[in-house]
Ligand binder design. Structure first.
Ligand code: KE4
Length: 430
């Protein structure tokens, strides 16, 4: 595979951008080697600076559920950009976006747009502390909610991949207000409430985890979180930045029948443009400025281009949801089960966790249900697997603690080509 142009761009990049990237996980530090520079993308495919084509399973880390450069999204953006790019004033598209989100996720009675998932979760935490008058936040080890100080405490995703359980710069006294417990551990959650219940403002959770790799909630775990937060007067915050409109049209909250107090969104709702959102019960959201005293703001929040790209995406998902989500589930299951069968044939122990169009290949012979089990998987073997796939034209997430995504632009052909590459890659790492 030719890589000269990517190598040249990376040499220039590291001179002017920390690590040569604008987000750590893109740097290939978890898998070794140098990142490839992407020039264009269409449907299920990426093209890099050296003209190599890849079937894409990163999907920009979640937003591209329809595939890249969807014609309806492109056309909507072409029209929107001719009307200007940002006004710093309310627009009709923000109202339509809020209405679109509300009808898909009825727990969200009012919603505020932001420019990233980090802003959404950071603001949701501030709001939870304000409305409860309490200080502590509970999160789960291996879950990642963006890089706000209060949440960059033993996070998953990039931080976990980089082996930085706590980032320098996060004040110990602030980190101390964040309680970190194992995912899927009802006992730990009960005990935490027994000890700290009166001081817990909120519990923030990825209802289906994407950031330690794909890890599903055990039966009853989410309803236990709902019950305990209800009983102790804490807010339940669903971080659906990944799962929102991904695991189903009504998100993880629809799938599991849980009504959180606040929900954080991002990725898909922006159709690939910078976006985040948080929303929930009206009596909580009305505490936000300018209606209430809790300050939160953003120059480009609700930006017209992000709204148009997001609205077009959500309207397609709404229009096609009866067929689109079952098809995504079918293709992803075909891929996940195919990988497991190939691994069995090669005698390589793997566990493939998957739900809807999310999947992660863990190199282990044990179930992966929390950070401890995820962290104990064979990272060296994952590294070799990643590069063996890349050499065969498959762009898999460059980290053992991320989730691969199937898009609506993937078809049977892409899945079969991927399984061919997987078969050879597994033989290489056996
Ligand atoms: P952003 O600030 O990156 O838009 O969103 C933060 C965030 C919040 N919550 C969840 C559940 C998330 O997954 C994320 C961001 N996800 C990572 C990788 N899974 C984005 C990739 C990156 O950091 O470059």
């Amino acid at each position: 595979m030719r890589r000269e142009r990517s190598a040249e761009w990376f040499r220039r990049a590291v001179r002017v951008i920390p690590g040569g990237v604008n987000s750590p996980v893109r740097a290939f530090r978890a898998v070794g080697g140098e990142p490839i520079f992407i020039c264009s993308a269409r449907g299920a495919y990426l093209e890099d600076a050296d003209g190599n084509r890849f079937i894409d399973y990163v999907g920009s880390w979640g937003p591209m559920i329809l595939g890249h450069a969807h014609p309806e999204v492109v056309r909507a953006l072409e029209e929107a950009v001719r009307r200007g790019t940002s006004y710093g004033a309310p627009t009709s598209w923000e109202v339509e976006m809020a209405e679109e989100i509300r009808q898909a996720l009825p727990s969200i009675e009012k919603v505020r747009m932001t420019n990233s998932g980090t802003e959404a979760t950071m603001s949701a935490i501030r709001l939870a502390r304000a409305v409860t008058g309490r200080r502590k936040i509970v999160k789960f080890e291996g879950c990642y909610h963006g890089h706000a100080d209060a949440l960059l405490v033993r996070a998953g995703s990039g931080v976990a991949t980089l082996g930085l359980p706590d980032s320098p710069g996060v004040l110990p006294e602030l980190a101390a207000q964040t309680l970190v417990i194992p995912f899927n551990d009802e006992g730990a959650l009960e005990q935490t409430f027994e000890v700290h219940g009166r001081d817990i403002a909120g519990v923030i959770i990825e209802p289906v985890v994407g950031n330690m790799g794909c890890v599903l909630p055990k039966p009853g775990f989410l309803s236990k979180a709902r019950e305990l937060t209800e009983r102790h007067g804490a807010l339940l915050i669903f971080d659906e930045v990944i799962t929102g409109f991904r695991v189903g049209y009504h998100g993880a909250q629809g799938l599991y029948g849980i009504r959180p107090d606040l929900t954080c969104l991002g990725k898909i709702i922006g159709g690939g443009l910078p976006v985040g959102a948080f929303g929930g019960r009206e009596e909580v959201m009305r505490e936000l400025a300018p209606e209430g005293p809790v300050y939160q703001a953003g120059t480009l929040s609700g930006n017209p281009l992000a709204m148009v790209a997001g609205l077009t995406t959500l309207r397609i998902l709404r229009r096609d949801r009866e067929t689109l989500y079952p098809r995504l589930e079918h293709l992803t299951t075909r891929l996940a089960e195919g990988i497991a069968i190939e691994a069995e044939r090669c005698g390589v122990p793997v566990r493939v966790n998957h739900l809807a169009s999310m999947l992660t290949v863990f190199f282990t012979d044990r179930e992966v249900t929390d950070w401890t089990s995820a962290a104990s998987t064979d990272r060296a073997r994952f590294r070799r697997f990643f590069h063996a796939l890349l050499e065969r034209g498959i762009y898999w997430p460059p980290s053992p603690f991320e989730t691969a995504f199937v898009s609506a632009a993937h078809g049977e052909a892409e899945i079969e080509m991927t399984l061919d590459a997987v078969r050879n890659a597994l033989r290489e790492v056996a």
